[in-house]
Design a binder for this molecule. Structure first.
Ligand code: IGP
Length: 238
């Protein structure tokens, strides 16, 4: 069965999953008084094909935020949290999510495979997050799933610096999982890095903090568009 989440992302002119995350791991207020509805409207205006909602408590989120975002948008929505059981997958579907985060670093191999199968059965797209070659190589076949490289370290709850070079190093291994949708997530702020990851073969990016901080969301997106046009990429004969 097809995935509305993946189809929307891969079909977009701007394949950026735009995230709503109330607080950074360091406690910085990222919404700054704006309502979820205002942020959704801003992301839609910038051409977001999909949204991500952080429901984890360390980032100030909860499932009420997910429900609110789903009410405000027709775009497919990813629930970002450390989900560990099938009850949470059913709850995600009940709230209207289209995709769910499954984190390789926190799930034993067999549990990850079982939850990915269950998500697919429920009509949810597994968004499987990895941070090392060893994690990628332990994945089950990832057909129908997003495989996302996290450029930050969730083991320290994202308090360290991001290493976007990790996405470049892991891409060949990610492709071997059978995913049709490799994504680079976290710590992306420089438009040159964003454009470079897409030109290198990433089907999409996931960006939260920088878009929430950016005054000029539209100009950031335009700069990425412009740079993609000048960088060689797999689809452009480079
Ligand atoms: O804000 P950033 O650096 O653009 O990152 C977004 C996203 O990847 C990050 O919020 C995230 C990555 N893994 C998670 C797991 C749970 C909650 C949130 C996350």
């Amino acid at each position: 069965m097809g995935s509305v989440f993946i189809d929307a992302l891969l079909g977009a002119d701007r394949p950026v999953i735009m995230e709503l995350k109330p607080r950074s791991a360091q406690g910085e207020d990222l919404f700054r008084g704006r309502s979820p509805a205002e942020i959704v409207a801003r992301y839609e205006a910038a051409g977001a094909p999909c949204l991500s909602v952080v429901t984890g408590r360390w980032f100030g989120g909860d499932t009420a935020l997910l429900a609110e975002v789903v009410r405000r948008t027709g775009l497919p929505v990813l629930q970002k949290d450390f989900l560990t059981n099938s009850g949470q997958l059913r709850a995600a579907r009940g709230l209207g999510a289209s995709a769910v985060l499954l984190t390789a670093a926190v799930l034993p191999k067999a549990a990850l495979a079982r939850l990915a199968r269950e998500a697919l059965r429920l009509g949810l797209t597994p968004f499987i997050e990895v941070a090392s070659v060893a994690e990628v190589e332990a994945l089950p076949s990832c057909e129908g799933c997003v495989v996302a490289v996290n450029n930050r370290d969730i083991r320290n709850r994202e308090r360290g610096d991001a290493d976007t070079g990790r996405s470049g190093r892991l891409l060949p291994a990610v492709r071997r999982t059978g995913t049709g949708c490799p994504v680079s997530a976290s710590g992306i702020d420089d438009p040159r890095v964003a454009a470079g990851l897409l030109s290198a073969g990433y089907g999409g990016l996931l960006v939260g903090t920088h878009l929430l901080r950016a005054e000029g969301l539209e100009s950031w997106c335009e700069e990425v568009d412009r740079l993609r046009g000048v960088l060689p990429g797999p689809g452009r004969g480079g």
